[in-house]
Each structure stands twice: as structure tokens, then as C-alpha cells.
Design a protein around this ligand. Structure first.
Ligand SMILES: [Zn+2]
Length: 252
């Protein structure tokens, strides 16, 4: 998935300073290791989801990374690597939908899968937000600054309907970014805790109703108060555990 040169450069610290500036934090052995493990955790979540229905990575969702370079605090694109690996190890052509509800567009994922009909990239994001040059994905929904719960949830509903009409996933990778929250420094949207919980539950329910396994990754969150971001994420994991229990009780 990632180019061998880029993986090597991250591993040994020889990465181009220009790329490092795009990523936004300095190279260290720990930074490289963290990026690797975060990819590993999304891979593990996908494997577990395919076996048990729902699983999560409490990191990952680094969707701004391209095949040959990182950017926007993203070193490797965990969802993309995991999708390709599941296709290599579980079933060739396994249909994967990446439902990316981080407030920033999933430009790396969109670019990586631009010519790949087996991976559907859906992104709901702030129109005026980073990345300023967006990459066309399979379904992009641009939201105006200040979008609140009702408009967001309606847009999500339309997007999930369109996804269902156009694609039949055997696995969903969900990027549950906390940054659409109204208390986020970078998000520019106005979702409340209730709105974000409704968002998460709608995605879990959409997959559950269709019997599609779902792996989730955390993606971004930059609250003015870090406690607010943590609360969004805790709510996401609480809702996820409800659905994981449902999956466990399901006759499969
Ligand atoms: Zn983000």
C-alpha cells in the first residue's frame, strides 16, 4: 500500500524534511513506532470485526496520509493499509467502505482508492476546512461552517442512503473523528455531544442492520478543553460497546 521508499524513510529517519513539515511533527524512533503500531491496531480491529462484528482501535484514522507521503499529523494511512491487507488475506476484492466522519476530508484515502472500485470512500467534512485542496472520493459531502446536529444528521442519512445504493460492503472502516464537536478548536462545525452520539449510533446501526462488520478508528479531536474531546470519544466507545454486545448475541 505505502511505497517501500516511504516506509523505509519513516523507519530510518531519512524522510524528506518537506514531507516531515507536511506531517507536522518531528521524526523520532518513537514517532515511527507509534505510527506503525497505530496501523497494526486498525488491522487488528478489522480482523476482529470480521470475526466478531465490531471492534475498535483507540488510535488511528490518519486519513491525510498518501501512499508515498504523510501530512496533517498523519504518517501512515491505517484504514487504507488495513483495507488492502484484508483483501490480500481474507478475500480478494473484499468490498470495503471507509465511512470517514472526521471533520477534515479524507484526502489521502480518496487519492489512494481513486481508481479502485472495491473500496468506497465516503467523507463528510467541513467545506472550508483543511485540506484546502481536497481529493475527490467516491462520495464527498461538504458542510458549511457552523453546521449543527439536525443538518449534519440529515446529510449523514442521505450519504448512507447513497452509499447503500452504490456499494455493497463486506466491511466498514469507520473514522469517528471527535472534531465536528462545537468545542473543537479546528472543526468549525457545531455538533453537540448528543448529535455526535446520534451520529455514531446511526453508523453502527446502519452496519448492524445490514450485517456488515465494522471496525472503528479514532481520528481527530482538538478541543479547547481536552476533556470535551475525551468525552466525545468515550461516548463513541460506549455506543460501540453496545453494538459489540448486540453482535455477540446475534445468531451468525
Ligand atoms: Zn480531523
Amino acid at each position: 500500500m505505502h511505497t517501500p521508499d516511504y516506509i523505509q524513510a519513516i523507519a530510518d529517519g531519512s524522510v524528506d524534511p518537506k514531507i516531515l513539515r507536511e506531517i507536522g511533527f518531528p521524526w523520532s524512533a518513537a514517532m515511527a513506532e507509534r505510527a506503525r503500531r497505530s496501523v497494526g491496531a486498525t488491522i487488528a480491529a478489522c480482523r476482529t470485526a470480521l470475526a466478531e462484528g465490531l471492534a475498535a482501535n483507540i488510535a488511528g484514522g490518519t486519513h491525510h496520509a498518501y501512499a508515498d507521503r504523510g501530512g496533517g499529523f498523519c504518517v501512515f494511512n491505517d484504514a487504507a493499509v488495513a483495507a488492502r491487507l484484508m483483501q490480500a488475506q481474507v478475500r480478494r476484492g473484499l468490498q470495503v467502505a471507509i465511512i470517514d466522519l472526521d471533520v477534515h476530508q479524507g484526502n489521502g484515502s480518496a487519492h489512494i482508492f481513486r481508481d479502485d472500485p472495491t473500496v468506497f470512500t465516503l467523507s463528510l467534512h467541513g467545506q472550508k476546512n483543511f485540506p484546502f485542496r481536497k481529493q475527490p472520493g467516491d462520495l464527498d459531502v461538504d458542510l458549511p461552517d457552523g453546521t449543527g446536529d439536525a443538518a449534519y444528521l440529515e446529510a449523514l442519512e442521505h450519504a448512507l442512503d447513497a452509499l447503500a445504493q452504490r456499494f455493497d460492503p463486506a466491511l466498514v472502516i469507520y473514522l469517528a473523528g471527535a472534531d465536528p464537536h462545537e468545542g473543537d478548536r479546528l472543526g468549525r462545525l457545531k455538533l453537540t455531544w448528543d448529535g455526535l452520539e446520534a451520529r455514531d449510533r446511526r453508523v453502527f446501526d446502519w452496519a448492524w442492520q445490514r450485517g456488515v462488520p465494522l471496525a472503528l478508528a479514532m481520528a481527530g479531536g482538538y478541543g479547547h478543553r481536552i476533556e470535551d474531546t475525551v468525552q466525545v470519544q468515550v461516548n463513541t466507545f460506549r455506543a460501540a460497546s453496545d453494538y459489540a454486545r448486540r453482535w455477540q448475541n446475534r445468531a451468525r
